[in-house]
Write a protein that binds this ligand. Structure first.
Ligand code: GLY
Length: 246
């Protein structure tokens, strides 16, 4: 018999860059795992994300570092297996504070896309510092702007996606603070085609999550890909919070 604690609250993705001894907080995000609007339907790898995660206040970040990340780093070092790399803590922010659901030792997808839009320093320099055990002397600078990404997926996802449909209009879609990251694409006979489940990440920045959301969907609506689909409500929780003034 397995007895598990049932956690209720808001989920957040919390990242640290680690060099075996030091864990440098490396951004927060929230993703949308369900395929359908209103967080309905089957789970996916993530249909969109935004950063920063409003629920990760400075106090919540400080508690996460003290109660979860730093004990993990100490424990790994004490076991003779100091951890260097990206530590991705999947958190539930409960009434009692942050609780760890899972760790991944990688960036999130699509969380990475929104983090990279906000990172103002050279990622390679920071990764080298992690390899060399130099993170205690480093910091990472982040844009104050919000970033939001919407995943365009191929029909059939998260089941078997249809492959091979032609995607047009990416040059017209990018710009005005929007960038498009490719995930499941390929070139076939000179045409850009879908070649996976999650195919494109249409990403934008803005002064608020609401502004980033408007820019991302404006860019996405310029893409000509009838066989693709997306959620239309990425960022809803943060936008509602902004509209309520919180
Ligand atoms: N978006 C969740 C993950 O990368 O695991």
């Amino acid at each position: 018999m397995v007895v598990e604690e049932y956690l209720t609250g808001e989920e957040a993705s919390f990242f640290c860059l680690c060099d075996g001894a030091t864990a440098l907080p490396f951004g927060t995000a929230q993703d949308h795992k369900r395929v359908g609007d209103g967080d309905t339907g089957p789970n996916t790898g993530g249909m969109g994300a935004y950063s920063p995660a409003p629920v990760m206040t400075p106090e919540m970040t400080e508690r996460t570092m003290r109660e979860i990340i730093e004990p993990t780093m100490r424990g790994m070092a004490n076991l003779g297996a100091p951890f260097a790399g990206i530590l991705f803590a999947g958190l539930m922010i409960t009434d009692q504070g942050p609780k760890l659901i899972e760790y991944n030792t990688r960036f999130g997808d699509p969380e990475c896309q929104v983090l990279m839009m906000r990172l103002k320093d050279d990622l390679l320099v920071l990764l080298n510092a992690a390899v060399d055990g130099q993170l205690a002397h480093m910091s990472a600078r982040w844009s104050d702007e919000a970033a939001l990404t919407v995943v365009m997926a191929a029909r059939g996802y998260p089941g078997t996606p249809e492959k091979g449909s032609v995607i047009r209009g990416l040059d017209e879609a990018a710009g005005e603070g929007a960038e498009i990251f490719h995930a499941g694409t390929a070139i076939n006979g000179g045409a850009l085609v879908a070649n996976g489940g999650r195919v494109l990440n249409v990403t934008a920045t803005g002064a608020t999550v609401g502004e980033a959301q408007r820019r991302a969907y404006a860019a996405l609506d310029r893409i000509d890909w009838p066989q693709g689909f997306c959620r239309r409500d990425i960022g809803w929780r943060a936008v509602e919070r902004e509209q309520a003034g919180g």
